[in-house]
Design a binder for this molecule. Structure first.
Ligand code: AMP
Ligand code: MG
Length: 316
């Protein structure tokens, strides 16, 4: 299959109506989209990504009407929706029966969000269906934040990549669900800072161990480059790997190493998040033998950065 990249929203819409999967830009990362109600198309997402069926997808909706087609919306969700949608917040809500089991991995909940990227909003306007979309990368690898990242890995496997430029948030959405007591729980830190959410709805809890769905957003090893990743005190790690070609990922300061990528000299965590995945990919394809990253401040988008780095480093 030949993969083309372009900005033709009508062409992407036509392919999706025909049951194809298409890579789409969102403000978080690029998604691999299919009509959420077309089971065969959704199945194609899993085979293209080599994603296990136990990992549910996020449904991307255009508006309230589509939201109500896929989920029941508790009154407690209204403030979050009003404040953060469209945007990088995913809510795990009770599902409607019409949502294919494949989308939710058979769970009685569905993960749903309203994307903010103008091109994908224009695409949703041309369709009459919400889009199921995980990140547009092979299962377990770093998520793509440019059309070229998608082409590098999924070229030849999908017909079209809708190119909406570099993602402005750069890490995946924050995922919130509710526990049995109706309290909000954080399934994944992401593009909306936990502090902003708690300012609106009060304390957000950690999911109970038993309530954790078996989903790779939550798996220990995920978002991982091929090269070994180590997170911690950079000078100490540089001493440990002395004599090897080390690529450093640093928040604001330069380190003397084979390669050093500073994510935000100004110390802006949102800017750092925006650059994180491109830098991970770049070091992974460079001549570095080891990737070393510092621990970021555990606040704002720093939580999502630390979460992705920790999972990238897991099991090494
Ligand atoms: P991705 O779109 O690749 O970021 O993956 C979507 C992630 O959303 C999954 O890996 C899960 O962590 C999470 N997710 C999707 N549906 C649910 C659900 N019903 N309950 C809990 N988490 C979910
Ligand atoms: Mg993913």
């Amino acid at each position: 299959m030949t993969t083309t990249t372009g900005t033709d929203v009508a062409h992407a819409a036509l392919l999706l109506k025909q049951g194809a999967v298409v890579a789409i830009p969102t403000e978080t990362v690029y998604g691999l989209a299919a009509d959420a109600f077309n089971e065969e198309a959704v199945l194609t997402i899993f085979s293209v990504k080599q994603r296990p069926a136990f990992d549910p997808l996020i449904v991307h909706v255009r508006d309230r009407e589509q939201l109500h087609r896929v989920a029941e919306v508790p009154a407690e969700a209204e403030a979050l929706i009003a404040r953060f949608w469209p945007g990088p917040l995913t809510l795990v809500l009770p599902r409607r029966p019409a949502v294919p089991d494949l989308v939710t991995s058979g769970l009685d909940t569905v993960a749903v969000r309203m994307p903010a990227h103008p091109m994908t909003r224009a695409l949703l306007d041309e369709l009459d269906t919400p889009l199921a979309a995980p990140s547009a990368n092979p299962f377990g690898y770093v998520s793509p934040t440019t059309a070229q990242h998608v082409m590098d890995q999924l070229g030849g496997r999908i017909p079209y990549i809708l190119d909406g430029g570099a993602c402005t948030v750069g890490v995946e959405s924050t995922i919130l669900g509710r526990d049995a007591k109706g309290r909000w729980v954080l399934y994944r830190p992401g593009g909306i800072a936990l502090e902003s959410i708690e300012a609106l709805v009060g304390e957000v809890h950690a999911p109970a161990q038993a309530a954790k769905p078996l989903a790779p957003g939550m798996l220990e090893s995920h978002y991982a480059p091929r090269k070994p990743v180590h997170v911690g005190d950079v000078p100490a790690l540089l001493r440990r790997f002395a004599g090897r070609a080390v690529g450093v990922i640093s928040f604001r300061s330069e380190h003397h190493a084979h390669r050093c990528e500073v994510l935000s000299p100004e110390g802006d965590l949102s800017a750092a998040a925006r650059h994180l995945f491109a830098v991970l990919r770049e070091l992974d394809t460079s001549d570095c033998q080891v990737i070393v990253a510092e621990r970021f401040p555990e606040e704002g988008l720093g939580r999502a950065i630390n979460d992705r780095l920790r999972r990238a480093a897991a099991g090494r």
